[in-house]
Design a protein around this ligand. Structure first.
Ligand code: ARG
Ligand code: ZN
Length: 886
């Protein structure tokens, strides 16, 4: 393999040819599949003469015809990745290609492959070229038909995009189905499924009165577990009508669940294909977290029908155009279905724990990347989650109404088109006549902006001043950055904790009114656009405590000069629930960093009693939402703390977090016990906010109690495990028990496996729990699990549970003897031969190696070098490994 080629956004060129219609025929066989593709082609510029270059990967050409005539050998060139037709006819023509593929041997799970005996597809980003030769790029949008022929007894169900227009029996025990999709689509949205499947059937009546048939397909025995997915789908369809006025556009919507899938799910037009983990749930086998994930992802894929399918991306650099927007939409959907504040807290935690580290590491890239080697490597937390934050900022700046007007204009302008992030920006701007300053920098500059705030109060002038200073750190390929446009939502609290009325601000020496019809406002949004900037609030009667960046109004790291007292005050009184949680987190982060330093200097660790009291009052405040309490009493993750250190120290961070948790368990034992007693599930499991909030609080308390050494709590935790009537409670108790090495842990883990060995999704939880464990020397256990009959390197979910889980364990993955790194290095090389996308996700665990001490750096670097020198390395792993070393 030569050095893989890097592709650049700046090199984007419009295609020379477009495709109008695509008629596909599949003969699905046990050894091989024959694909016949008939395409009508027309030139972009009438009369132009260019070669037509088609992509193809692992496809065997059988024949090729242009305008019904076989092409001669020297009319085309075939290399390992392309089929080039040297001089096609001038004007429109038809192209007919027959090729052979081998889905049975396709372990990459990209293109057409087999999962548990069924055929299925995954074409995004560039998988369609593994099915047939095609201009495999999203700006080629065509109308498809798809005829599938297969053995009737092995593959009774035959599905593709759009409407079923014909089906029937054929000779030799075969049958066929013909599907037609009336909407133009890019090839990445093509899908085919064939197999033994049963469906849960339901329907949805749209607001214009059309009845849509809904089907969720799984193996027959799993159909009972699709009730929640169906509920989620109908809720999503209703929500998109209510909030965005968007209605479904076909008469049929299919969802298929498959056990072998690289990612979460895929929004193929009217035939969504899902990782079964995001479809199947029952109270006995799935936790509240699984139920919430299913709701969010069913929503996400459904919402793509408008944001992604009807309006798609011009090129893959624009991925966030559909993903950032659709994540934002699914976040809002989940907020409306549950608690807005808690959902925001969960999303911001995710951003901090995963996206911030990416944005400050060697794989840092802008929301719209400038280049890639393998697009699959850019389905990242930056493109998705930071992209969603960028969309959220439009809404913060424009308000709900203005944002909706921007969306309406976006669809009005671009329905049926493949467009760019600028097109979205322009629609938001033009619909509102808005001044967005240099907002577009959010798409092109990588790195998390750092914002420092200082405040001062002038009692004579009754003014309150906030000074902001922003800095965007350098990232690979971007040494110097420009200041960004940062919306800062805020309010000012008076001494009794109420929001002060705000009426005017001096900004750059100019007095601006911020009142609303002469009435003061109680919160406002400042627009930072410069490196340094000052805002002076007038008519402020006393020194206020500012509540800054309310609702996390911009994806930045903010550092303030607030004292601990100010933070405790915000924790107790802020009207913005998100910022109440945030104040507690700022305090916890400060405390943890201080204790980490004490630990490193061999000082005795002492926990600040004010912190304990702050948490006690949250824990006992009956006016608060219980899920909010659960979040507020949870310490920032170890990754988040390591990310804030000069040199990340896994052992010290783990020791300190454990120390604080044990101290809290002791000090708040009575409160935790009460939280458990008062929040047990009473009746049958229901997934709704009040019920899941009770479980969240009870189980968070239980995890603290399980750290105590007395027999009474040990018994309590054990009984919670034994008496649990749903997976949420049962697994939470198991997690609590598994924190402590010993006989109980071993017995209960074995008991759990014995109970659930028939259910692969539950077994995956069991694998992950053990893999993530921080108990000393756990690597041996993980190595044994690699050979356990429940494990299979070919199944991505199992890899993510066991290998991914292990990489998340602070102390064992980063073990000083290098055993964790060596283990991952070995696995990545084996995995790369089976499934490069999955291998590439696993190798990413090394990408932050420079953040650790020199000893660890050398160990991790050696593994990366070894991987890079392997024969036949995939482009996927090459890109991550080489960029990590650069
Ligand atoms: N578009 C899918 C989603 O809903 C993800 C596809 C991921 N594909 C990949 N090759 N990484 O987010
Ligand atoms: Zn998506």
């Amino acid at each position: 393999m030569g050095t893989p080629k890097e592709i650049f956004l700046k090199d984007y060129k419009m295609p020379d040819y477009y495709f109008d219609t695509v008629d596909l025929k599949f003969l699905l066989g046990e050894e091989k599949t024959i694909v016949n593709s008939k395409i009508t082609v027309f030139p972009r510029v009438e009369g132009s003469k260019f070669p037509l270059v088609l992509n193809g990967d692992d496809v065997k050409l059988i024949s090729i015809k242009v305008n019904n005539e076989d092409l001669k050998e020297d009319d085309y060139v075939l290399d390992s990745r392309h089929l080039t037709i040297l001089s096609p006819p001038t004007g429109s023509f038809t192209l007919e290609i027959v090729n052979e593929i081998c889905p049975q041997n396709n372990t990459s799970l990209e293109g057409l492959y087999k999962s548990s005996g069924n055929f299925c597809t995954q074409c995004e980003a560039e998988g369609f070229r593994k099915i047939t030769f095609y201009q495999d790029r999203p700006d080629i949008m065509a109308k498809y038909t798809c005829r599938i022929e297969a053995d009737k007894s092995l593959y009774p169900v035959l599905l593709s995009n759009g409407n079923l227009i014909e089906q029937g029996d054929l000779e030799g025990g075969k049958h066929y189905a013909l599907w037609e999709d009336p909407f133009k689509k890019p090839s990445y949205l093509f899908a085919l499924v064939a197999g033994k499947l049963a469906s849960r059937d339901d329907s949805f009546v749209t607001r214009s009165g059309r009845k849509i048939s809904l089907k969720i397909w799984t193996p027959a025995e799993d159909v009972p577990k699709t009730e929640h997915a169906m509920y989620s789908l109908k809720a999503a369809m209703k929500w998109d009508e209510d909030v965005f006025g968007l209605e479904y556009d076909l008469d049929l919507f299919n969802v298929v669940a498959v056990p072998d899938f690289n990612m979460g799910a895929m929004e193929n037009k009217s035939l969504n294909i899902f990782n079964s983990k995001l479809v199947l749930a029952s109270p006995e086998t799935a936790s509240d977290g699984d139920y919430a994930a299913i709701l969010g992802v069913i929503g996400h894929e459904y919402f793509h029908n408008w944001t992604g399918n009807r309006v798609t991306c011009r090129d893959w650099f624009q991925l966030s155009l559909k993903e950032g927007l659709t994540v934002f939409r699914d976040q809002e959907f989940s907020s409306d279905m549950g608690s807005r504040a808690v959902k925001r807290i969960a999303d911001v935690s995710r951003l901090r724990n995963y996206q911030f580290p990416q944005d400050s590491g060697p794989m840092a890239h802008p929301v719209r990347p400038h280049s890639y080697i393998k697009m699959d490597n850019f389905y990242t937390v930056t493109v998705y989650e930071k992209g969603a934050e960028v969309v959220r900022m439009y809404k913060t700046l424009l308000g709900s109404q203005g944002f909706r007007e921007g969306m309406d204009l976006y669809f009005k302008r671009h329905d049926g088109q493949a467009v760019t992030c600028e097109d979205f920006y322009a629609a938001m701007r033009d619909a509102n006549d808005a001044d967005f300053a240099n907002f577009l920098l959010w798409y092109s500059q990588a790195g998390t902006p750092q914002v420092k705030v200082t405040s001062s109060y002038n009692s004579d002038g009754r003014t309150f001043t906030l000074k902001f200073r922003q800095e965007v750190p350098p990232t690979p390929g971007q040494a110097v950055k420009e200041p960004m446009f940062i919306p800062v939502a805020l309010g000012l609290l008076d001494s009794s904790g109420n929001n002060l009325g705000l009426s005017s601000i001096y900004h750059d020496g100019v007095l601006q009114s911020i009142s609303d019809n002469d009435q003061p406002v109680y919160s406002t949004v400042l627009r930072l656009t410069k490196k340094e900037e000052e805002f002076v609030f007038t008519n402020i009667p006393e020194r206020p405590v500012p509540s800054l960046l309310r609702g996390y109004s911009a994806p930045v790291r903010m550092e303030t000069d607030l004292s601990d007292d100010d933070l405790f005050f915000l924790l107790a009184y802020d009207s913005d629930e998100f910022n109440r949680w945030e104040a507690g987190q700022v305090l916890a982060r400060k405390l943890m960093l201080q204790l980490v330093s004490d630990h490193q200097h061999n000082k005795t660790l002492v926990l600040n009693s004010k912190f304990v009291e702050g948490l006690r009052s949250i824990l006992t405040d009956s006016s608060l939402d219980k899920e909010f309490i659960a979040k507020a009493i949870t310490l920032p993750g170890e990754g988040e703390i390591m990310d804030m250190m000069e040199v990340a120290d896994p052992d010290a961070v783990h020791a300190v977090r454990t120390f604080i948790r044990k101290q809290l368990a002791n000090a708040l034992k009575a409160e935790f016990l009460a939280a458990v007693e008062n929040n047990r599930s009473s009746a049958a499991y229901v997934f709704n906010h009040p019920e899941l909030a009770r479980r969240a609080l009870k189980n968070t308390a239980l995890a603290y109690l399980a750290l105590l050494e007395d027999a009474e709590t040990a018994n309590l935790v054990l009984n919670e495990y034994k008496n649990a009537s749903n997976m949420t409670d049962q697994f939470a108790a198991l997690v609590a028990i598994a924190q402590k090495p010993g006989e109980t842990r071993d017995t209960i883990l074995a008991d759990f496996y014995a109970k659930w060995q028939h259910d692969y999704l539950v077994v995956n939880k069991w694998l992950a729990l053990q893999a993530m464990s921080d108990i000393p020397g756990n690597i041996e256990n993980v190595k044994n699990l690699l050979n356990h009959k429940a494990f299979d390197l070919r199944n991505p979910n199992k890899v993510y549970s066991l290998i991914g889980g292990f990489c998340g364990s602070t102390v064992n993955f980063h073990a000083k003897d290098g055993s964790g790194y060596e283990f991952l290095g070995e696995v990545v090389m084996q995995l790369d031969k089976i499934n490069p996308q999955v291998a590439s996700r696993m190798v990413s665990a090394f990408s932050r190696w420079k953040r650790y001490d020199e000893h660890r750096q050398n160990l991790a670097k050696a593994q990366l070098e070894k991987i890079l020198s392997a024969n036949g390395l995939s482009e996927n792993v090459f890109e991550i490994a080489s960029k990590s070393l650069a």
